[in-house]
Design a protein around this ligand. Structure first.
Ligand SMILES: Cc1ncc(COP(=O)(O)O)c(C=O)c1O
Length: 396
């Protein structure tokens, strides 16, 4: 069988030298990123301040429109920001908790930085957080999540795919329940966008946020925020800046007059170079199409489970492909040290406490690389080659 997606390999320099299986953390850099950063420098060098009027100012929204098809959003609903943590703060700043509506519900397997934002705001007692427990550290029971969402719930900020185990949550069911009781859903699509096809519009979530570092191959500094059109003229973020003003160049003093559209969810000056850089990744993902990426991912993650189990390893990520994203997690003893030795041998993977070694094929991965990483892991363990890294803990 020929794997048509392998033709993209030549567009990713790092694939020439490594077995690169870490798209859940930092996707490989497209060769075109060099050109995008050159284009940014060229505009600055030759057009100077005029570059703002020639595209830079609009980029947080025009580039948001390049992400929109990847997350199934209509045009004019996505704004670029630096990262997910900022987007969560911005969303939270739109709401005033009331005595009878002040609860935030999420699972204990939420991405920690997201929890840090809500926990910090809950410190003064205005918000209450209900943390839904996981029995196995891998999955979140849907029934338990649904039961926690009640009439006092204001926001449900959840991950679509969990960073640690790749468990894919039923965002549609959670959103239905939230809306039934008048709560709003903030879906973190960082680990699903570019790996799993979905539509924020169809799922009817209120907000979605993610970044470009992982499956989108876009690098750091290019986070995104989707806001459902029904909220775009109603909410008034307190985390704000002049780009959210209806007439920023009027330089009005006093309180902000919000733009009557997605622009009101902007902030101050954008991370222009990061946005330029990230476009190379979006263009490739859009050209291939997330459906094709997913079809290959399901095939390769299933193959990887088989290979790992044949080699005697225990796979901890969900077995049902419909309930997992693009990553396979493998529980091995001395996982941090084994990972360090894999990295030394140019097998690029990582390790998370409680889940094990995380391995992610992407559209550019060869089947043979999955065999190689399995064999290498087995060899490292059999020969105790990990022993010299025993003091290692998780990083990056
Ligand atoms: C699910 C999820 N959310 C958020 C983040 C990162 O958040 P931020 O963009 O604030 O660094 C990650 C990255 O590791 C993640 O996996």
């Amino acid at each position: 069988m020929t794997d048509e997606l392998l033709r993209w390999r030549k567009e990713f320099p790092i694939l020439e030298k490594t077995v690169y299986l870490i798209s859940h953390s930092l996707g490989a850099m497209p060769r075109a990123t060099y050109d995008r950063l050159q284009a940014y420098a060229e505009a600055w060098a030759t057009r100077g301040v005029r570059a703002w009027a020639e595209g830079w100012w609009e980029m947080p929204l025009t580039v948001g429109d390049e992400i929109a098809p990847i997350i199934g959003a209509p045009p004019n609903t996505v704004a670029m920001h630096q990262n997910v943590s900022i987007c969560q703060s911005l969303i939270l700043s739109c709401f005033e908790p009331q005595a009878k509506r002040n609860k935030v519900v999420y699972s204990e397997l939420n991405f920690p930085s997201v929890m840090y934002v809500y926990e910090a705001h809950a410190r003064d007692g205005r918000f209450r957080i209900e943390t839904v427990k996981s029995d196995d550290g891998i999955t979140v029971p849907l029934e338990r999540m649904l039961a926690a969402i009640d009439e006092e719930t204001l926001l449900v900020p959840i991950s679509h795919v969990l960073f640690k185990s790749a468990f894919l949550q039923d965002a549609r069911a959670i959103t239905e329940r939230a809306h039934e009781v008048g709560a709003l859903v903030v879906l973190d699509t960082y680990q699903s966008a570019g790996a799993v096809p979905f539509s924020v519009e169809e799922m009817d979530v209120d907000f979605a946020t993610g970044g470009s570092v992982k499956w989108l191959c876009g690098g750091p500094g290019a986070g995104y925020l989707y806001v459902h059109p029904r909220w775009q003229t109603k909410l008034e973020p307190k985390v704000t800046g002049w780009m959210a003003h209806e007439a920023p160049f009027a330089f009005e003093s006093g309180a902000i007059r919000y733009a009557p559209n997605i622009a009101r969810f902007l902030h101050g000056s954008p991370s222009t170079p990061a946005i330029y850089a990230a476009q190379s990744g979006y263009r490739i993902i859009n050209e291939i199409g997330v459906e094709r990426i997913r079809a290959k991912s399901v095939r390769q993650t299933s193959l990887l489970i088989e290979l790992m189990e044949e080699a005697g390893f225990r796979v901890t990520s969900p077995r049902d492909p419909a309930r997992r994203g693009g990553t396979i997690t493998v529980a091995v003893e001395h996982a941090a040290a084994v990972t360090k030795e894999l990295l030394r041998r140019e097998f690029i993977v990582d390790y998370r406490p409680g889940a094990g070694v995380r391995i992610s094929p992407h559209f550019y991965t060869k089947d043979e690389e999955l065999e190689l990483v399995t064999r290498e892991m087995r060899q490292i363990i059999n020969t105790r080659a990990y022993a010299e890294h025993e003091a290692t803990t998780a990083a990056f």
